[in-house]
Design a protein around this ligand. Structure first.
Ligand SMILES: [Fe+2]
Ligand SMILES: [Fe+2]
Length: 431
């Protein structure tokens, strides 16, 4: 079944069920232009005429002192460079104080139209610092100057955004615009990115997806690094043990985050540990992944805020609680989340809004004594109608509302809110 968005229905789906009072809606800024304008922008795919075809940022090392600049270049074979500095120098590449040669990675993306992926690993950066950069090569040219900001480090406040199930249509563009205005340090995406299903016939959806991030997510030229987990719509069902063939584009673009592979972890300053998991799409919940998860949770057990992000929810708001992937998550991961005190589980895949009560041992517990699960992945796809769904025993709130989460990790507490496609705050909590 295709879930491609047609963009005809931008209204929310039904009402939110809740056990508590809803926060007042707050506009975060002016509304977008007409739907027609947004659709016209979405209808054509614009590839840059010069410079890299895609530029995006990921983390494979300490995000307070490093940044990975990922580049798609028209053909491999060129010497691809990133010129960077703490001061902007526009397109004058010789004025930048530092440079880093990007390394070519052979990927299955080259089988689309020979575009080649490179990555420049910038290391030894200063925490909490804005760097300006220009990237490209002599043959295909250099892109426009961009910038990024390293994480502040220590216990300084960090803001990040979470969402999943994005797609490439008008609703995703509306939500991305609001997300871009949050001035976030990074974006955590919980799978189902462009819904390209790991097949070449749908590769142009990736091109549009990268374009959407580029167009809307870096306000004032500053790019927001991406931290991603895999979803079912990144895979193709091809019968092979080779996970790069089963998910050729996702693994090509995002398979080298953290320690590499499909699951990875990140320490985002003193107070935040983030564990990105595969909810059974390329590797099973249990076995090697569960062993790795325990090792990571143990390593991070004294970190104040521990987050896990993955695609299929352990506590689904729309789909069947006893569905196989959710049950498998509860069997293999939940005891570990409980044992090591996971703070927040970031869940997706169900295309609705939900916030659970604090849970431990598969029961509701007092605030501060369990894990709160936030979801369920409607960062652009059409939300499902929840009107005929009773409020689940584990949910504090649920509803068919497209949204993303903004998480402020401060030394004293987590401040979390959900924002809908009109820029309104639809939920707020502190942990
Ligand atoms: Fe999805
Ligand atoms: Fe999904």
């Amino acid at each position: 079944m295709s879930t491609k968005e047609k963009g005809t229905d931008l209204s929310r789906r039904g009402f939110m069920k809740t056990t508590g009072a809803l926060g007042m809606g707050v506009y975060l800024g002016s509304s977008l232009g007409s739907t027609k304008t947004v659709e016209a922008q979405t209808a054509r795919i614009r590839e840059p005429r010069k410079g890299p075809l895609h530029t995006y940022l990921t983390f494979s090392d300490d995000p307070t002192t490093s940044m990975d600049i990922n580049l798609a270049i028209q053909r491999k074979g060129e010497e691809v460079m990133v010129y960077y500095d703490t001061a902007p120098h526009g397109d004058d590449i010789n004025a930048y104080a530092m440079k880093c040669k990007a390394q070519h990675y052979s990927t299955l993306v080259e089988l689309y139209d020979r575009r080649a992926l490179y990555r420049a690993d910038l290391r030894g950066l200063k925490p909490g610092t804005t760097y300006y950069f220009v990237a490209g090569d002599e043959k295909y040219g250099y892109g426009d100057m961009r910038s990024f900001r390293t994480l502040p480090g220590g216990n300084a406040p960090v803001r990040f955004i979470n969402g999943g199930d994005m797609n490439i249509g008008p609703r995703n563009r509306k939500l991305l615009k609001w997300a871009g205005e949050q001035d976030a340090d990074f974006l955590v995406i919980g799978g189902d990115l462009p819904y390209a299903n790991g097949i070449y016939a749908e590769f142009t959806d990736w091109i549009q997806w990268f374009h959407n991030q580029d167009d809307l997510l870096h306000v004032g030229g500053r790019m927001v690094p991406l931290v991603t987990a895999i979803g079912n719509h990144e895979t193709n069902g091809y019968e092979t043990e080779d996970i790069y063939l089963r998910s050729p584009f996702y693994m090509s673009f995002f398979g080298r985050q953290g320690q590499g592979g499909v699951y990875h972890s990140h320490k985002m300053g003193d107070n935040i540990a983030l564990i990105m998991l595969d909810s059974g799409h390329l590797v099973p919940h249990g076995g090697t992944q569960a062993e790795w998860l325990e090792q990571e949770l143990k390593k991070f057990q004294h970190v104040k805020y521990k987050f896990a992000a993955y695609h299929v929810p352990l506590y689904p708001a729309y789909r069947d609680f006893d569905g196989a992937p959710s049950a498998s998550g509860r069997e293999h991961w939940l005891p570990l989340f409980d044992k090591y005190g996971l703070t927040v589980g970031l869940e997706h895949h169900d295309h609705v809004f939900k916030r659970t009560k604090p849970l431990k041992g598969n029961q509701v517990v007092s605030a501060g004594e369990g894990t709160v699960y936030l979801g369920d992945g409607t960062f652009g796809v059409d939300p499902r109608n929840m009107d005929d769904k009773p409020l689940h025993w584990y949910n504090e709130k649920q509803g068919g509302i497209a949204h993303f989460w903004v998480i402020d990790a401060k030394p004293e507490r987590l401040e979390i809110k959900a924002i809908d496609e009109d820029g309104k705050v639809i939920d707020e909590l502190t942990i």
